[in-house]
Design a protein around this ligand. Sequence first.
Ligand code: PLP
Length: 366
Amino acid sequence: MSSMSNPPRPAPGVLKINPYVGGKSGADTDGPVYKLSSNETPLGPSPQAVEAFTKAGQSLELYPDGGAHALREAIAARYGLNIERIVCGAGSDEILSLLAQAYLSPGDEAIYSEHGFLMYKIAILSNGGVPVVAPEKDCTTNVDAILERVTKKTRIVFLANPNNPTGTYISHDEIRRLHAGLPANVLLVLDAAYAEYVRRNDYEAGIELVANSENTVMTRTFSKIHGLAALRLGWAYCPQNIADVLNRVRGPFNVSAPAIAAGAAAIGDGAFMEKAADHNENWNEWLNAKLEALGLGVTPSVGNFLLIHFPDRKGRSASEAEAFLTTRGLILRRVDNYGFPDALRMSIGTEPANRALIRALGEFLQ
Ligand SMILES: *Cc1c(COP(=O)(O)O)cnc(C)c1O
């Protein structure tokens, strides 16, 4: 027997992963702390969701319904969907990972956009896939750049629409053009985590394309507008062939009973969602105007967050802004690892948070 060290080795690709780093949450200050670093809603969840969660807490000894039937029924009712094609997951992150697991073999390629959500790269590398990056134009997905990168080895295209951290989106016509340009055996994953916030006539989350194709999946989350990030809950609308595959690879009880109950209540509370989207739209506009008046660049966002660009100048850089804001209890997100060393991402917050941010940035830039 050898005494040489020979520990278990992970599958190829795993050690190439840079672990995902979530938004910071603490600040060393006596005043209020505003966490604007993870695109969480400032309004909390619907009271109906909280009530359902509390009630579910009285039966924690029971396994959840593995088919998450009540939740899928509520989702189907809200959007007029075929319940058989809805698959739920522990966050949409789980669904993205399951899609990569089911459709990528070692050496297969998967494409995502230059400033696309970092979970795609992690899901691809975890499954031995080869990440392929398509450059963007003006911080926006470039359909031609994606199509140019399709090869015989391409299996998946991951696309966040709107994208995080840029907040930009592409129109449904562009999505259709992308789909039409892909070989039929390539899976198109439309990650619509922020769809509920978008109020543009030329935007569609992807339901129609999913209904009429065999290679498109739309993912959604309860972490953003529904305010249930702590519960880890997401869902996918799939062609039947893909729903069948996800139901084979997912854990039999991948969604908890409190999450099922709270999610079903949340998606039934349309008035609450409307209120949240209104809040977001109004403060998005207000923040944009104030930030531009301060001389900062802002990428136009249809999400619940803004990408703020700082001058690459000593004393005024994004990292110095982040440090200064933290002393004021304002926690924003560094986005260096998304290719933006000179920018910070802020979630649109409550009125006090938004006002405090503009005040603090005014001081910082003086
Ligand atoms: C926040 C976010 C998600 C949601 O992830 P969950 O696992 O559902 O919390 C998915 N995609 C993007 C682009 C996001 O920003």
